[in-house]
Design a protein around this ligand. Structure first.
Ligand code: PGA
Length: 258
C-alpha cells in the first residue's frame, strides 16, 4: 500500500474562529472518507489559530503543524516562536523554507539548516521546502538549485528514521498561480530529489516522503499523486476550502488502496 501525506498550508489566513470552522468541516468530510492508515492528513494554520484547529480535530485523525519557527530554543527574539513552543501546543510538523519565507524574509539554506536541526531535536517533523524559480527553470538550473537546497539545508542532519523528515518540492512558478507542474515535470524532479536523499542519508532516503506543492487541486491531484516519487501534497489555495481539500485526500485514498 502506498503512503501519502496530504498537508494544507493555510498561510496567513484564518482567525481562530475561521480555523475552527474550516478544521471542523475538513474533519467531517474526512470521517466519510475513512482514509487508510497509510494516508495521513495535516493542516498548518497560522500560529494564533493552531489551538483552535487542534481543538476542532481532536481525536479525528488529523495532524496539526506550524508554518515556521525559530532555530533557537528561547531568548530575546521579539516576535518569534521556538520549536518547543510549537511542540507544546500539540503540533507534529513544521513547514520550513517555504519559498515565501525565502523570498520575502530572506531565509537562506544555512539558516534553514539550523531550523531543521532545531525542529528535529524537538521531535517535530520538518517539512523542508525546495524548488526553483521560473528563471532558474528556463536556465535549466532546476536540478542544481534543488540539489544545493537539499545538500546545504540538510548538512549534518542525522535522521533516526525516514518518518522524521518530509521534503516538499514546490516550483516557485507554480505556487498560487493556478499553473501546476505537469505530472512528468514533477516526477522528474522528485526522482532527482529521491537520488539526492539517498546520497545524503543512504537507504533511509528511499522512504522519505516527498510532497508536491504548487497549484495542486482536485482536478490534477490524482495524476500528480499517481507518480511513483510523489508521496503527497503541500496545498495552499485548495486547502482553504474543505471540499477541495477533501477531494485531494480522496484522490490519495483511492491511489493508496489501488
Ligand atoms: P498553492 O500553494 O497550492 O496555493 O499553489 C502551495 C504552497 O504555497 O504551499
Amino acid at each position: 500500500m502506498r503512503s501519502y501525506l496530504i498537508a494544507g498550508n493555510w498561510k496567513m489566513h484564518t482567525t481562530p474562529a475561521d480555523a475552527k470552522t474550516l478544521a471542523s468541516a475538513i474533519a467531517e468530510k474526512q470521517m466519510f472518507l475513512k482514509p487508510p492508515h497509510s494516508v495521513q492528513t495535516l493542516i498548518c494554520p497560522p500560529y494564533t489559530s493552531i489551538g483552535a484547529a487542534l481543538e476542532a480535530v481532536a481525536g479525528k485523525g488529523i495532524l496539526v503543524g506550524a508554518q515556521d519557527c525559530h532555530s533557537e530554543a528561547k531568548g530575546a527574539f521579539t516576535g518569534e516562536i521556538a520549536p518547543n513552543m510549537v511542540k507544546a501546543c500539540g503540533c507534529s510538523h513544521v513547514i520550513l523554507g517555504h519559498s515565501e519565507r525565502r523570498q520575502y524574509f530572506g531565509e537562506t539554506n544555512s539558516l534553514l539548516n539550523q531550523k531543521i536541526r532545531a525542529v528535529l531535536n524537538e521531535g517535530l517533523v520538518p517539512i523542508y521546502c525546495v524548488g526553483e524559480t521560473l528563471l532558474e527553470r528556463k536556465q535549466e538550473q532546476t536540478i542544481a538549485v534543488v540539489r544545493s537546497q537539499l545538500v546545504d539545508g540538510l548538512k549534518d542532519v542525522v535522521l533516526q528514521s525516514a518518518s522524521k523528515l518530509v521534503i516538499a518540492y514546490e516550483p516557485v512558478w507554480a505556487i498560487g498561480t493556478g499553473l501546476a507542474a505537469t505530472s512528468d515535470q514533477a516526477q522528474e524532479v522528485h526522482a532527482a530529489i529521491r537520488g539526492f536523499l539517498k546520497e545524503i542519508f543512504g537507504a533511509v532516503g528511499e522512504q522519505i516522503l516527498i510532497l508536491y506543492g504548487g497549484s495542486l487541486k482536485p482536478e490534477n491531484a490524482e495524476e500528480l499523486l499517481a507518480k511513483p516519487d510523489v508521496n503527497g501534497g503541500l496545498i495552499g489555495g485548495a486547502a482553504l476550502q474543505a471540499d477541495s481539500f477533501a477531494a485531494i485526500i480522496a484522490a490519495a485514498c483511492k491511489l493508496a488502496v489501488s
